[in-house]
Design a protein around this ligand. Structure first.
Ligand SMILES: [Zn+2]
Ligand SMILES: [Zn+2]
Length: 106
């Protein structure tokens, strides 16, 4: 049952790749498929730096490295980041970045 076992490895690789790619601001669908076909692509993805993706990642104002959107401390330089306030597109109220508007989400 080598074939069945290989498919399980492919599925796990695809799931892990989709998760890691999403956190790095990369296209998780493409990486999921790539790692399903070639599970070793996961190694490449692990070494790729995160990219800027709106709503997923943002650059650190101190060191310029790309960090997770909505994080309060930079993972590289350990600088505490001010919470950015963004305007709610529906009611115009200012809410902390990375959080949904309390008035518009029920
Ligand atoms: Zn930093
Ligand atoms: Zn709102």
């Amino acid at each position: 049952m080598i074939l069945t076992r290989y498919i399980i490895i492919q599925l796990i690789a695809a799931a892990v790749a989709a998760f890691v790619a999403e956190r790095k601001g990369r296209n998780w669908i493409i990486w999921g498929i790539a790692c399903f076909l070639f599970p070793f692509s996961l190694v490449i993805l692990a070494f790729l730096p995160p990219v800027l993706a709106k709503g997923v990642t943002k650059p650190c104002p101190e060191c310029g490295r790309i960090i997770r959107h909505g994080s309060t401390v930079c993972g590289y330089c350990k600088r505490e980041l001010p919470i950015e306030m963004v305007q709610c597109p529906r009611c115009g109220k200012y809410v902390p970045e990375g959080q949904s508007c309390p008035d518009c989400t029920q």
